[in-house]
Design a protein around this ligand. Structure first.
Ligand code: ZN
Length: 310
């Protein structure tokens, strides 16, 4: 591509095995999850959120996360992320060997209480304790915190920008390595993404690294582009756009990895992803999760003739 050298690299973190599966009707066996993760890594994804350490009673799809983490660690060059909802989960992620633990904290206090029975302030205290605990261990583990419901909440509705900035600043002050802004329920629009990224970056600088976007209103890629224009260089997404949020009724899936990778590559950003191989990885999902609807444009239309042309 003519302008490939000119544009920077963008990291796509695949969250399908976590965000995508937690709402799925069927429980995917560990071997299938690992086969899927291997296919994703082979297609060039370098960072994958492979599961979450939450109560298996609450999210039975994630009961085998420790085994999935251990299996994924065998894939060379892959950064293995696991989500944790509390300190116990962070300890479990560390024990399993995860390179990164992702901790979601709801900016909306109502969402936080509905989700984990604790308000946002108590959750920020939990992150502080988690950071202290991880830093005291011999093996380092990156700590990413996601400010969830940063663009709106299915319970509170509008989430004020100042509230997002304040929570992000408190989260950065815990010493966590990176802060992401998450549109947990998919209410964001591009102008809001721009304004929020700017305001949060003014407050916490380069500690803001990533956007986690859902496509509920069909604005997922537009929102990603807004973030990209504001200098965001990492995005969460999900093969086939699977997923949702068990505590946000009506929320549909994550932005589609194939479509995001296509947009980025077409524009000349480097993602390291082999698109045909990535699209082919949908087959395993379609076979293993027959009751889930896979979304995405590139997989249906195929790559245009202009793709990859100088
Ligand atoms: Zn999500």
């Amino acid at each position: 591509m003519a302008n490939e050298a000119a544009l920077p690299a963008v990291t796509i973190c695949e969250v399908g095995p976590r965000d995508g599966l937690q709402m799925a009707r069927d429980i995917l066996p560990t071997e299938i999850k690992l086969r899927w993760i291997r296919q994703l890594a082979q297609a060039g994804l370098r960072e994958i959120e492979v599961g979450s350490f939450v109560s298996p009673k609450l999210v039975p799809q994630m009961a085998d996360t420790a085994a999935v983490v251990r299996g994924a660690l065998e894939i060379e060059g892959l950064t293995v992320c696991a989500l944790a909802g509390n300190l116990r989960g962070v300890v479990a992620a560390h024990e399993a060997g995860a390179h990164v633990v992702a901790i979601p904290i709801s900016v909306s206090d109502t969402h936080s209480r509905a989700n984990v029975n604790k308000g946002t302030d108590a959750q920020i205290d939990m992150v502080r304790a988690a950071v202290d605990w991880v830093r005291a261990q011999a093996r380092p583990m990156r700590i990413d915190v996601a400010a969830a419901t940063a663009f709106g909440c299915s319970m509170e509705g509008h989430v004020p920008l100042q509230r997002v900035v304040d929570v992000a600043a408190d989260l950065a002050a815990t010493g966590a390595d990176a802060i992401a802004l998450a549109d947990t329920v998919g209410y964001a629009q591009p102008a809001q993404v721009r304004a929020t990224v700017r305001a949060v970056r003014d407050a916490i600088g380069a500690r803001l690294t990533k956007l986690h976007l859902h496509d509920t209103m069909g604005l997922g890629l537009a929102n990603a582009l807004a973030g990209l224009d504001e200098g965001i260089r990492a995005f969460d997404s999900c093969l086939g756009g699977l997923g949702g949020c068990p505590f946000a009724p009506g929320a549909s899936g994550n932005i589609v990895t194939e479509d995001l990778a296509f947009m980025l590559a077409s524009m000349g950003y480097r993602t390291g992803i082999d698109l045909p191989q990535l699209v082919a990885a949908r087959r395993l999902l379609a076979e293993s999760l027959p009751s889930e609807k896979l979304r995405g444009a590139v997989a249906v239309a195929g790559l245009p003739k202009t793709f990859g042309a100088a």
